[in-house]
Design a protein around this ligand. Structure first.
Ligand code: F6R
Length: 606
């Protein structure tokens, strides 16, 4: 969590720092702060409000052209001004911003306190500032090297030293950090969305690397001080795609972008009616060696994995297990070189997923990841990557990230089914045809917006909502429920419809809203029975099914219809009304939709 930025160049630093932090606010918004060097002294400005609160008259006057900034998701210490970054060293010679966790900070703190250093905050970060000062004997490289050598954990750091008015220092270890390179300035940020307005040329810093960045030169070394080669990459995201484009919230913009995002993900991967992956890491022989598929992910990415389980088992007939990454890694998983592990992550930075990947690799499993952010830690750690070309996702609640993950799951399933001969030619053709149509069908599904908006305003004060479904409908209910609770703060639960009667139905009373997902045609009758069961207990049923379904109209009070698609791709159209439902409920309640309380976009802590 947390977002960091840094600037060194010909212009004033403050403009990039504030603009960059605003872009990174999705990573945490418990506090924000900047430090700018002016005449060898740091001016530090902090707020416990939003980044915009840093735009004061005093900040406006800061003309220094070297600075760092931070937006915080609190881990060590409450979200107050003392714990807000940047943190300064004892004599204010060093200023530090940090994203990550220093696992051994307690013992380092004890050591530093015994040596006379005083701590102003409860953060783990402050030890870094003091260590830098402790080891600084007019040799910055040595001081950084010795400091980094003492740190255990994950960290992306932006460091300034008041003796060096033209030097920004960046350090990376298991937390993302990117350098933006341009003629007039060099910058650092946790994410490229902060860098794109300044430059599209970037260097992805590797773990255990240190960068000494001056306005016209960048020196990158390993943690022993040995120079490292670096490659400048060109990014193709544009500024507009990282802005709201006329919508009230990024979430709504991203919901509406889904047809296009799915199209981008699919279009270059279908050639002559066949799925094709360029330079793919798995060949036919390797594919045939897998006896099991293990899917890992967190939150919505895990929910995409649940869809994957149903799709893979149906199309590939390979036993597929899906686990929450944070559970998987401590579960002594039964996997080996005959297991294909598929890790799913929008950000590519989720610490639990990254750790689970390493666990899988330790046991000999080949890891293929499905990731949105190019060059992210998960992409780099995996044995192969299939990117979801969703473009930048800014809203904390994922929508197009999830939808494009589903698209990649389908592509992979069709690609593999052909090689494993688990589907006939006709079945494969039909699947590819439906894949090509998917963006259009999702667009059609979005037409329910008006009905959903009206329904949302009626139910905005619901105390709790149940989502029920079977098979793929159950997988979608997990995601639909998460969307509602995370942004509207309404308690909701997703339940396998057949399981409700084994206990949870005791919670259903008069006026309980129950959303019944009935997209899986072959299980429709079973769902009708479950709907009757909850109705008999007083529930108000909100159903979702394919069009023109008279039977459901007799049972449910609210009906929403989704277009017909391939029986294994239902999730892609069925999730749409419920992303919109969550959005409009939260909007009607006046919630902070793009930045829901207690959450952050990129969860880089375990
Ligand atoms: C929910 C949401 C989260 C993420 C989860 C994993 O809307 O966005 O549940 O899906 O934190 O994040 P990634 O996909 O970046 O690994």
């Amino acid at each position: 969590m947390c977002g960091i930025v840094g600037f060194v160049g010909n212009d004033r630093a403050i403009d990039f720092l504030i603009g960059g932090l605003e872009k990174l606010e999705y990573r945490g918004y418990d506090s924000a702060g900047i430090a700018v060097l002016n005449n060898n002294k740091f001016t530090v400005n902090k707020t416990t409000k939003r980044v915009a609160d840093l735009k004061t008259k005093e900040t406006e006057k800061l003309i220094g052209n070297l600075g760092i900034g931070h937006t915080r998701w609190a881990t060590h210490g409450k979200p107050d001004l003392l714990n807000a970054h940047p943190h300064l060293s004892e004599t204010q010679k060093f200023a530090v911003v940090h994203n990550g966790i220093i696992e051994n900070y307690q013992s380092l703190k004890q050591e530093l306190v015994a040596e006379g250093y005083t701590f102003k905050s409860e953060t783990d970060t402050e030890v870094i500032a003091h260590l830098l000062e402790k080891y600084y004997k007019n040799d910055i490289k040595e001081a950084v090297k010795k400091t980094v050598d003492r740190l255990k954990g994950s960290y992306a750091l932006g460091i300034l030293c008041s003796d060096l008015p033209d030097c920004l220092i960046a350090v990376k270890n298991f937390s993302p950090l990117i350098i933006g390179v341009s003629e007039n300035a060099n910058v650092i940020a946790s994410d490229i969305t902060a860098i794109v307005p300044t430059t599209k040329k970037v260097i992805y810093l590797e773990d255990e690397q240190i960068a000494f960045i001056i306005s016209h030169e960048i020196i990158i070394t390993d943690k022993m001080g040995k120079p490292c080669k670096s490659e400048v990459s060109q990014i193709d995201w544009n500024v507009e795609s990282a802005q709201k484009g006329g919508y009230d919230h990024f979430m709504l913009k991203e919901i509406m972008e889904q047809p296009n995002a799915i199209e981008q993900t699919i279009k270059n991967r279908i050639k002559q009616n066949e799925v094709y992956f360029e330079d793919f890491c798995i060949d036919e022989e390797k594919l045939k060696s897998f006896e099991k598929i293990q899917i890992i992910g967190c939150g919505s990415a895990y929910h995409a994995g649940v869809v994957g389980k149903y799709v893979f088992e149906e199309m590939l007939r390979i036993p597929t297990q899906v686990d929450i990454a944070s559970e998987f890694r401590y579960s002594n998983p039964v996997i080996n070189e005959k297991t294909l592990t598929i890790a799913i992550s929008q950000s590519g930075e989720t610490a639990d997923t990254l750790a689970a990947i390493k666990e899988a690799q330790k046991r000999g499993s080949f890891v293929l990841s499905i990731v949105n952010v190019v060059g992210s830690s998960i992409a780099k750690a995996s044995n192969g990557v299939l990117y979801t070309w969703a473009g930048p996702e800014i809203s904390v609640a994922t929508t197009k990230g999830y939808s494009t993950q589903l698209a990649v799951i389908y592509l992979f399933a069709v690609w593999a089914a052909k090689r494993l001969k688990t589907a006939t030619k006709e079945e494969l053709n039909a699947a590819v045809e439906e894949l090509i149509k998917l963006p259009k069908l999702v667009k059609e599904a979005l037409k329910c917006e008006k009905t959903i908006k009206e329904t949302a305003s009626k139910y905005k004060d619901a105390a709790s909502v149940f989502y029920i479904g079977r098979n793929l409908d159950y997988a979608v209910s997990l995601e639909a429920s998460l969307k509602l609770k995370e942004i509207s703060y309404i308690h909701s639960e997703a339940y396998a419809a057949g399981e409700l009667k084994h206990g949870t139905i005791s919670l259903v009373q008069d006026n309980q809203l129950v959303v019944a997902l009935c997209g899986v045609e072959r299980l429709f009758e079973k769902m009708l029975s479950n709907i009757k069961e909850v109705k008999a207990r007083g529930a108000v049923v909100f159903s979702c099914s394919e069009k023109a379904n008279k039977q459901i109209e007799r049972e449910a009070m609210i009906n929403v219809y989704i277009p017909k698609t391939h029986n294994l791709f239902t999730a892609s159209v069925e999730i749409i009304p419920f992303q919109l439902f969550a959005y409009y409920v939260a909007a009607a309640k006046g919630c902070d939709i793009d930045k829901p309380r207690n959450l952050a976009k990129s969860v880089t802590v375990e």
